[in-house]
Design a protein around this ligand. Structure first.
Ligand SMILES: O=C(O)C1=C[C@@H](OP(=O)(O)O)[C@@H](O)[C@H](O)C1
Ligand SMILES: C=C(OP(=O)(O)O)C(=O)O
Length: 475
């Protein structure tokens, strides 16, 4: 192809993307009644980034099918390429935000970095998984690497992971135990370390993913790794991943699926329930998520069961003219999907106590405060005591929701907007972190989507599903 002609074509694509950027603020129009839908959600972010690390360190050729293609996985792919690994990304005809990713493993020999004064720079965006997993992975290389990310990633904790790497004998230089950080690869060197996961369980996952290649023995402090859901995911995946090369299928992302299960409104389910209690079975609900995984790997695969429990308790409370109370723990019952349950709780007719939320304060934003503030803005009664949020049944009204650059704030409140008129979402494009076509799926006609009308809140124009895809779909 003529190289002179190539450049203007690429520029045109860039312009198309810029014109198709989501508006700064959108309004969600509530659904007028039950919608029968069978939605496909993209691959699991957590499994994709773990599988990329295991494939990169493994021996042979790996084919990852159903891998998520979003900001968090793109920074991981780019970082592995900058390290010198060979990765090929191909479209997935079954899902716009998935890819098939082919990886040639380095057999545990991580390519060398730079010098201390000119380290190999690796950008991790605001992907906690990439920031933590790559910090452990580069320790297995030689020379110096510098990890850096977005301003928010530079505030998020890394300290306990760096302490564990130092116990193993690696050098990590950072003034404040956060990113940016310089890490000197020392290659595999057997040894032991203990890691605290109070601030993030990703510290343990990072070390466990690289432990076989590094000869590391990793002790997780304070929590039973088998019972800490995301550490358990790492242990399960290590057992199942084809270490010597081969194909691996990534499950759909259960946290992303929670938004669609939660679209099944109490006001749809309760009237049916009076005549037929079997209606409480999620497999009977109008909105379904295809290929729903078992909870063995992803704790959030429990979401339909938790939503069922909330709906059942809310219904029982109505009959006894007294609200029932439920406790839902971030440590045991749900992972990221607990945010979905928190935001929809005021409509469930049950008092919900959401406990063990401490780690949420250190994520994309201070999520405990953000949830309380934005739900209160919609008229909900919410109380924050320690790391617990209690949410009471409340009459809600529309509001402009600030999303704090947090994809899950945008997605949870968009689902609230299917039930409460006048919900407006600021910076909806932040969903690109894990679910670039989330709003496209809300707007797509049933049965693939929910047929929701989404407007540019400034102009009132209804946006077509293809206008609602954000960023990152171009490889
Ligand atoms: O290991 C993982 O893939 C994740 C662990 C969790 O983080 P924390 O352990 O920091 O809570 C979760 O919130 C995040 O979205 C993904
Ligand atoms: C906390 C999250 O992401 P991470 O820690 O992987 O950046 C999330 O996706 O909700």
């Amino acid at each position: 192809m003529n190289p002179v002609l190539c450049r203007p074509v690429r520029r045109l694509e860039e312009w198309v993307r810029i014109f198709m950027a989501l508006p700064e603020i959108i309004e969600i129009e509530p659904l007028s009644g039950p919608v029968v839908a069978r939605v496909t959600v993209p691959g699991s972010k957590s499994l994709t980034n773990r599988a990329l690390v295991l494939a990169a360190l493994g021996s042979g050729e790996f084919v990852l099918r159903g891998a998520l293609w979003s900001e968090d996985t793109q920074v991981m792919v780019e970082a592995l390429r900058r390290l010198g690994l060979e990765l090929r990304v191909e479209p997935d005809p079954g899902e716009q935000a998935n890819r098939t990713i082919r990886v040639r493993g380095c057999g545990g020999r991580v390519p060398a970095g730079g010098s201390r004064s000119a380290p190999l720079e690796l950008y991790v965006g605001n992907a906690g998984t990439a920031a933590r997993f790559l910090a452990a992975l580069v320790a297995l290389g030689r020379g110096w690497y510098r990890l850096h990310g977005t301003p928010r990633m530079h505030e998020r904790p890394q300290g306990a992971l760096f302490a564990a790497l130092r116990q193993l004998g690696y050098r990590v230089e950072t003034p404040n135990d956060r990113l940016p950080a310089l890490i000197e690869g020392g290659g595999p060197r057997g040894g032991e370390c203990a890691v605290g996961i109070g601030e993030s369980s990703q510290f343990a996952s990072a070390l466990l993913l690289c432990a076989a290649a590094g000869g590391w023995s990793v002790h997780v402090c304070g929590e039973d790794p088998e019972e800490s859901p995301y550490v358990a995911m790492t242990l399960r995946l290590r057992e199942r991943f084809p270490a010597g090369g081969g194909e691996f299928e990534i499950e759909p992302d259960a946290s992303s699926g929670s938004y669609f299960w939660a679209a099944n409104d109490p006001a749809w389910i309760w009237p049916m329930l009076d005549g037929d209690p079997a209606v409480l079975d999620p497999s009977r609900w109008p909105v379904q998520v295809r290929r729903w995984p078992s909870p063995e790997m992803q704790v959030d695969a429990r979401f339909p069961g938790v939503w069922q429990m909330m709906l059942a308790a809310g219904h029982a409370g109505r009959d006894h003219s007294r609200w029932m109370e439920l406790e839902i723990s971030r440590a045991r019952d749900l992972g990221d999907a607990i945010m979905t349950a928190v935001v929809l709780a005021p409509l469930c007719g049950v008092v919900c106590r959401f406990t063990d939320l401490g780690r949420l304060r250190l994520q994309e934003c201070e999520r405990v405060a953000a949830l309380r503030t934005e739900l209160t803005r919609c008229g909900a009664r919410v109380e924050e005591v320690g790391d617990t949020l209690t949410v009471w049944p409340s009459a809600l009204h529309g509001a402009e929701i600030r999303t704090y650059q947090d994809h899950r704030m945008a997605m949870c409140f968009a689902i609230l907007g299917l039930k409460v008129p006048g919900i407006r979402i600021h910076n909806p494009a932040c969903v690109a972190k894990t679910f670039p076509n989330f709003f496209g799926k809300l707007a797509a006609p049933p049965p693939e989507g929910l047929g929701v009308r989404i407007r540019d809140a400034r102009t009132g124009a209804v946006l077509a599903p293809e206008q609602l895809m954000v960023g990152g779909a171009d490889e």
